[in-house]
Design a binder for this molecule. Structure first.
Ligand code: FES
Length: 95
């Protein structure tokens, strides 16, 4: 079930990529909208639907697939989910 109260942050990473955090999930995406280069670091993130909307003409994109879902462009974003492995602590050799 989507977490509508998930903490959201968007951060520019490098020249043309952004990192979007939604709760405990993290995505990397193009920083500029494929329509007319709206800066997605200033976009609106819908935490419940895992979407980001362009601040210029409001195209929205899936953070999971990059698919353009609404708005004037049908061109997808390049996105990927960043998966961090949780490693178990090594057993205590003394214990
Ligand atoms: S620049 Fe993003 S929808 Fe137009």
């Amino acid at each position: 079930m989507p977490d509508t109260n998930a903490e959201v942050s968007v951060q520019q990473i490098g020249e043309d990529r952004i990192r979007v955090r939604v709760g405990d999930r993290e995505f990397e995406a193009d920083a500029y909208c494929p329509h007319r280069k709206g800066h997605l670091a200033h976009g609106y993130v819908n935490a419940a639907r895992l979407r980001i909307a362009c601040p210029l003409h409001h195209s929205s994109f899936s953070l999971e697939t990059g698919e353009a879902l609404t708005g004037p462009t049908g061109t997808p974003l390049c996105v990927r989910e960043i998966v961090r492995e949780i490693t178990e602590a090594a057993p205590d050799p003394v214990g």
